[in-house]
Design a protein around this ligand. Structure first.
Ligand SMILES: [Zn+2]
Length: 307
């Protein structure tokens, strides 16, 4: 019933002994001075989940992240040490469909799939074009962290999950989850208000990562591609250009970690500018909240919002 939290470091190492005899137990405990390593280790798959896990876990857990800052998460490959880290961790927080390597490494009993906590949105209609991408493993769009309201729900469910796994610290997990959910609720209200009165509702993006944001705030996302690594066909670009012109789009959104080339080609075809939106697939210069507020400002300018 204690699930992963009661599993000792030593037991985890024994299980993995055939593979690794000299490895440190988990990725974080190697640098932790003796006596402080008894906190349960929680592995977060990539940045927004790391941020959320830190908010909810607080000082009762030790959080490590699988995707290094600046790395595009979808193509992540796991080293043997990271796989061992997942095996030894009390819990791994991930979203099925974002990173195939992580989907494969986690075990149901010691993992929390954030996609199971919320209502997901079906994958975009042109998803089938990109067979190489990790996204095709699931039928829904996995970029759910870009809706603060859904992320608030994830916070609550993560708090419950941590509380069940470590009843001794249950109250702390629940209290911090409630605080995180309330902070995200405030952010949600800022978005709803900030995007309520805009000239344009069309969100033309290079990588179709913003379905949840569009869904929540009634914007219309037109993505050129679902896969940041795939070169879109000229046909696809001219299709999107047609829609962009019809919608009177003035800004094409490009994003951090992805080459702006595709967005620039499209922008020049439409006669629009480009602006950067952060899909938060990697750690921003601030944190989740500040990066989302930057996104809101960018959207307000680009869409001509007056609120
Ligand atoms: Zn993505």
């Amino acid at each position: 019933m204690m699930s992963g939290f009661s599993r000792s470091c030593a037991a985890g190492l024994l299980a993995g002994a055939a593979l690794l005899t000299t490895a440190a137990c988990g990725s974080g405990s190697a640098e932790t001075p003796a006596g402080q390593s008894d906190k349960p280790e929680v592995v977060a798959a990539f940045y927004p989940l790391q941020w959320l896990t830190e908010q909810v876990g607080g000082s009762d857990v030790q959080v490590t992240v699988l995707t290094a800052p600046g790395v595009e998460p979808h193509d992540l490959e796991l080293g043997i040490q990271q796989v061992t880290g997942i095996r030894n961790a009390a819990l791994t927080v991930y979203i099925k469909g974002v990173q195939p390597a992580v989907d494969e490494a986690v075990e149901a009993e010691t993992s929390f799939d954030a996609a199971t906590a919320v209502t997901t949105i079906p994958m975009g209609e042109h998803a089938g074009e990109e067979e190489e991408h990790g996204h095709e493993e699931v039928s829904y769009d996995p970029h759910l962290w870009l809706d603060p309201a859904r992320l608030a729900t994830v916070a609550t469910k993560l708090g419950e999950r941590l509380a069940a796994a470590d009843p001794e610290h249950a109250q702390g997990f629940k209290d911090r989850a409630a605080t995180a959910a309330s902070t995200l609720g405030t952010l949600d209200q800022e978005f709803a208000k900030g995007l309520s009165t805009c000239k344009s509702k069309a969100l033309v993006t290079a990588h179709e990562a913003f379905s949840y944001l569009a869904d929540r705030y009634r914007l219309k996302q037109v993505g050129i591609t679902l896969d940041p690594d795939t070169e879109p066909s000229p046909t696809r670009i001219s299709e999107v250009a047609k829609v962009a012109k019809a919608e009177g789009v003035t800004t094409i959104f490009t994003e951090t970690l992805v080459s702006p080339k595709v967005a620039e080609v499209l922008a020049s075809e439409v006669g629009a500018k480009t602006a950067v939106l952060d899909p938060l697939e990697s750690k921003p210069s601030g944190d989740y909240l500040s990066a989302m507020r930057d996104n809101l400002k960018t959207l307000q300018t680009a869409l001509g919002c007056t609120a």
